[in-house]
Ligand binder design. Sequence first.
Ligand SMILES: *Cc1c(COP(=O)(O)O)cnc(C)c1O
Length: 353
Amino acid sequence: MTVRPELMRNIRTTEPYVPGEQPQNKVIKLNTNENPYPPAPGVERALREMDADRLRLYPDPAAEALVKELADFYGVGENQVFVGVGSDDVLSLCFLTFFNSDRPVLFPDITYSFYKVWADLYRIPYECPALDEDFRIRKEDYYRENGGIIFPNPNAPTAIYEDLDFVENIVSHNRNSIVIVDEAYVDFAGRSAMELIGKYDNLIVVQTFSKARSMAGMRIGYAVSNPDLIRCLNDVKYSFNSYTMSQAAIACGVEAVRDREYFEKNVRKIIETREWAKEELRKLGFVFPDAKANFIFARHPRYDAGELFRALKDHDIYVRHWDGGRIGQYLRITVGKREEMEALFSFLKSYLK
Ligand SMILES: *Cc1c(COP(=O)(O)O)cnc(C)c1O
């Protein structure tokens, strides 16, 4: 049975975000920027020791234990931290809360494709200034009137990181709109814009446990800002769903943040593998912007990216590719374990001849 047009007329229809594939068979998975290493050992302990009887009860709606741990980690107040179900949840709530103007929200034309989806879903007007020919954000494009600004740093899928002066420049040129810096990959890159939170009341920094903390499957993300903006975010959250963070997510999140040493070691390993992988890709003739995230955005001047993508997939090596446009000749390759990257390079060496 098909629904009649008269009925469809008042239904919110939208074009959804398309996540990377999650194949159920065993493959070399370099397509969704997951971390190849397990989470901190305390996370496994927390899961093992979870008392199923406690699941009768609702979780703490404020997820206080996790908020406190993050506040301690970053040296900010507990009233400056908001947690949610992955940064996708946090970012989506940020769009709903802070992008509430008739003027267009600005984000780059080539960036995390979820921004456009949320803007459409919430009917927020937006404009997408083009990255320059080197895929860099042009800060001057963000000096015009707007209803808010969001960009990832490092940007996705380019992996380009801009320094703190660049971020501060955009924030300081836009004192009357909210600027959100999506730092999903900042731990692999450099200084976080969190340093600027005390200086600018219009800045929100969003981060995630999915990449550097190896916990994509647990769904934890967070925003850090000033107490007023965090309160606004909480008010919207409590108007939506009070219990977003499960007991498991709270308990595991606390353990992950507590183990600073494991976290730093994990990040160092990825960076080491990334730097080596960049060398290997260069030797194979690939070109790419300098990658500062846990992925490399590369193209080969003599091979079609779509064909390469399919050849890799036929050999159970998954990377990400988007058809057409300015990025149609690029592959986004997640930095996996050294062995996984070796398998990738050994395939490429025989394929590229
Ligand atoms: C991965 C990613 C996110 C979302 O991560 P969650 O798993 O929802 O925390 C947000 N922004 C960018 C740019 C990302 O790459």
